[in-house]
Design a protein around this ligand. Sequence first.
Ligand SMILES: *[C@@H]1O[C@H](CO)[C@@H](O)[C@H](O)[C@H]1NC(C)=O
Ligand SMILES: *[C@@H]1O[C@H](CO)[C@@H](O)[C@H](O)[C@H]1NC(C)=O
Ligand SMILES: [Zn+2]
Length: 492
Amino acid sequence: MILRTPLAAGHQMQLQLQLLLLPSVLLLVLHLLLCDAKTVNPGDGMQVQHHQMTAEPGLPEPRAYMPDAQHLDFVYHDHEELTRFLRATSARYPNLTALYSIGKSIQGRDLWVMVVSSSPYEHMVGKPDVKYVGNIHGNEPVGREMLLHLIQYFVTSYSSDQYVKWLLDNTRIHILPTMNPDGYAVSKEGTCDGGQGRYNARGFDLNRNFPDYFKQNNKRGQPETDSVKDWISKIQFVLSGSLHGGALVASYPYDNTPNSRLLKGICRSSALCAMFQTYSAAPSLTPDDDVFKHLSLVYARNHAKMSRGVACKSATPAFENGITNGAAWYPLTGGMQDYNYVWYGCMEITLEISCCKFPPAYELKKYWEDNQLSLIKFLAEAHRGVQGFVFDPAGMPIERASIKIKGRDVGFQTTKYGEFWRILLPGYYKVEVFAEGFAPREVEFVIVEQHPTLLNVTLQPSKYLVASGTSTSTKSSTVNRRVTGKLQLSPE
Ligand SMILES: *[C@@H]1O[C@H](CO)[C@@H](O)[C@H](O)[C@H]1NC(C)=O
Ligand SMILES: *[C@@H]1O[C@H](CO)[C@@H](O)[C@H](O)[C@H]1NC(C)=O
Ligand SMILES: [Zn+2]
């Protein structure tokens, strides 16, 4: 709020000013309560700041959803209706939403992404971007509808729900409700199993269509996959969830394994196969296994029943606490979550949220009630761990500095503002920072439960700077692949 007060302001003007200032004083107090910042400076070009960002403990839980205050029915929305809803919402909430398309499906349907944030049009420097992807399998559309309801919930409760306000003020949330609109168009409501509509219009399974870390993936890249790859190469997403149906479990990387000899992904519905897998599939663990387990548990435990780990059918597996390692369930090549993690350091997990792939619409309200809290609280996890900037001695940000947490050899890179984020559980860590033309650096830091650790790292130019004519235009994915070259494969 900018108040320009003429010197000759009269009594009435002062009164108005006081009335105007009162709410901002209250806001300031609230801000101080929420953002109680304590600064520690260990010196030597490195600064650690502890800064209250997580919602807990100050804020109440997000409120329960009130359907009658909404204008989004619990029915399935076809592509036209989905488009209309997103357009209407972005027109009605221009300060909280922005709508963009990351490309088109084979049949020309837009792959819409809705950003929900108090800064919808611009990245907030220092604050994380996160995402949800729905409906990568066209015949698993519960997630697609849940994401529409999530958008609706965010925009309608921003001004009344402190948790939502905090989340949207500190996070940019990108929501792609459907990654496979063509598959959805040929799917049938009420069909719980089977493959019709799972694939894109050319018959490709989009969750087998990404480059793979463990195996050569020879599948031809599809426009839907290429659009998503392009999208995640441009925005450094910190956290992500991909919504599926057909099971009730939060599944985390890796989905693939260096030794997936016998098992094929199809092996999922027959009883014999499930039994066989129980005894044969081995987990394929990432160096961030503790974090992935935690993220999956956050989803499962905030869900109405996922963490009970009850099998959908007698022939399908029951998952302890409602979570599983992807490969331990069944290995697959070309999945999206491994790609997000290995190429970009984005922590993506797969959320299987309905036993029936395409349940009847009258069950959607129940699904929303079951998933609402999980969907919100999972995103808040982006505010756990370490975040900061990498600078040169002049205080200019260093873009594409490579960062690794020691012992977790899946690297990631700074943004053009020099920012980085990494979700970590409480403990002592060391970060290694490399950038071309600078001396590498190791910095120790501590993570606590209550708030993220802010860590700025300044790099010094390397002493023996050769006239650097070498190309620095390597694509970030290539660089990241190089960073991950030392990836420790799971023992087994
Ligand atoms: C880290 O750098 C950012 C960006 O310049 C700045 O806003 C922040 O205050 C710095 N934090 C510390 C602890 O110095
Ligand atoms: C959006 O924000 C601007 C500036 O804060 C405000 O003037 C305007 O009323 C807001 N618009 C809506 C629709 O909330
Ligand atoms: Zn699926």
